[in-house]
Design a protein around this ligand. Structure first.
Ligand SMILES: [Zn+2]
Length: 230
């Protein structure tokens, strides 16, 4: 047992008794860690979901619940919680991290990407980060070829977790030619310059979340809110 400080973000909060909370955090140095926060909802403290900060806590070896002493928030990242467009994208990405990462699975690169989110890159950011997570967790696949016939694809059809061309599979979620092209460029330099419309972004996120759901059998929430923000 030792007292440590790590940069991190709280992404889920469950109220515990009257004033306390159990907070799910993603920390730069420790990955996903559960924190017990005593008197979390008093006027003095306040608990902010998605506002990065330095988290001071007791790191236990046996228990999965670690006592939190305090959080020093990074106010330069206030837009993470003040801009609803950014907040909802963080919500989607953290819903995926919650499902695809093990407890205490450290990932400094992912952490760096999360910090890089801003108003200018937000529509590319969500697509990029989700692809990074898929690749990291070993479930990323090529968007270039049909999994059934091996031919080049210009419109992907997602059916039962398989990426196919329209000739091989018609049932399923159809991705437009434009969106397929965007996904095919996700790891190239060109992607960083792409202007992605919100409509295309939503279609691609729907596709990616559907794919993750078919692999994990878990429902991922958050996209409907992004749609409503229109
Ligand atoms: Zn095919």
């Amino acid at each position: 047992m030792r007292r440590v400080v790590s940069e991190g973000i709280i992404y889920k909060i469950i109220k515990y008794s009257d004033y306390s909370a159990i907070a799910f955090s993603f920390l730069k140095d420790y990955g996903k860690v559960k924190l017990f926060i005593n008197k979390a909802f008093t006027k003095k403290k306040g608990l902010n979901k998605f506002l990065p900060g330095e988290i001071d806590f007791q790191k236990k070896d046996e228990s999965d619940l670690n006592k939190c002493y305090g959080i020093k928030y990074d106010t330069s990242k206030s837009y993470f919680i003040e801009n609803p467009e950014i907040f909802i994208r963080l919500n989607i990405v953290f819903n995926v991290i919650d499902i695809l990462y093990y407890d205490e699975e450290q990932d400094e690169t992912l952490f760096k990407y999360i910090y890089s989110l801003n108003e200018k890159n937000m529509s590319r950011w969500t697509i990029y980060v989700l692809n990074f997570i898929l690749k990291k967790q070993g479930i990323g696949k090529s968007y270039d070829f049909c999994e059934k016939c091996g031919e080049n694809v210009n419109k992907i059809v997602l059916h039962k977790g398989m990426f196919s061309c329209e000739k091989c599979e018609y049932d399923g979620l159809h991705l437009s030619k434009e969106c397929t092209k965007i996904l095919q460029k996700v790891y190239t330099q060109e992607f960083k310059e792409l202007a992605i419309s919100k409509e295309d972004e939503i279609s691609i996120l729907e596709f990616l979340l559907n794919y993750i759901e078919s692999v994990t059998s878990k429902k991922i929430k958050g996209l409907s809110v992004l749609k409503e923000l229109g």
